[in-house]
Write a new protein. Structure first.
Length: 263
């Protein structure tokens, strides 16, 4: 078996045929600036990595994605898949992931030291084969520890869950939930409004207007996850005086009944 074929097996101890996206919690909560097409492409590639295998020092795993599998995975036409591979693979080379170290560890009432910002790329090389309709992505070596050799504090979800999603906000919220949920799939998340805006990549204008965050980010993302991925989600804003300082989410998939938002 060739090196590329070996990398395309996901060995997270899930049933054969299932594709799972796995990454560190830090990466799931980072800002990445991806469009929907770029998010689909890079996560389809991540799902092909053996996330349990420890990479070799400096290793840059190479993954192949075809237009046919992109179309099948995300329910789009072949023509749209070809266009998405071409544009997304080109754009991914320039995309930067922004980590805010310690950001997600801050509580709603007490801040630790200001977070340290770290930036890195998803990929170091991308090859698009125009006539054959497939792309090769070579992950940048510094991002690999966030995708392979995972043993604890990592986020995982089925790639199939994203099939019907049409919003990057919904996808990011799914990743946040997956990083906070317990082993039984239930979870709750208290998060500062600053950290939420960072993870969801809200614009500077939105950050100063909670009504806009609610209308353009939270409510559409919650609705899409409820309607298209069987999540039951309850949420509310946490206030300090008249200012919204944080958010509380309680969530689970395939639930029965409402979830309590306890203080």
């Amino acid at each position: 078996m060739g090196a590329l074929q070996k990398l395309e097996r996901n060995q997270l101890e899930h049933p054969a045929g299932e594709r799972w996206v796995s990454m560190t919690n830090a990466l799931a909560r980072a800002g990445a600036g991806l469009t929907l097409a770029e998010k689909r492409l890079v996560m389809a590639a991540v799902a092909k990595l053996d996330s349990r295998r420890y990479p070799q020092p400096g290793e840059c795993p190479c993954v192949k994605i075809t237009a046919a599998e992109y179309a099948e995975t995300f329910g789009v036409s072949s023509d749209m898949a070809y266009k998405a591979l071409r544009s997304a693979s080109k754009a991914l080379f320039k995309r930067v992931i922004t980590f805010y170290d310690d950001s997600y560890k801050r509580t709603l009432t007490k801040r630790k030291r200001p977070p340290v910002t770290t930036e890195m790329h998803w990929i170091g090389e991308a090859k698009y084969h125009e006539q054959e309709g497939w792309v090769e992505l070579h992950f940048w070596h510094r991002i690999v520890p966030h995708l392979m050799g995972l043993r604890k504090q990592f986020t995982t979800y089925q790639l199939e869950q994203t099939h019907a999603l049409r919003s990057v906000y919904s996808w990011k919220l799914l990743e946040l939930f997956s990083s906070y949920k317990g082993n039984n799939g239930d979870g709750w998340m208290d998060i500062t409004i600053d950290d939420f805006c960072t993870s969801m990549e809200a614009t500077e204008k939105q950050r100063g207007d909670f009504a806009a965050i609610r209308r353009k980010i939270i409510e559409p993302a919650v609705k899409e996850l409820r309607d298209k991925d069987n999540w039951l989600i309850e949420w509310r804003a946490i206030n300090a005086g008249r200012k919204v300082t944080g958010l509380r989410f309680v969530f689970r998939r395939n639930p029965q009944g409402r979830l309590p938002l306890e203080d």
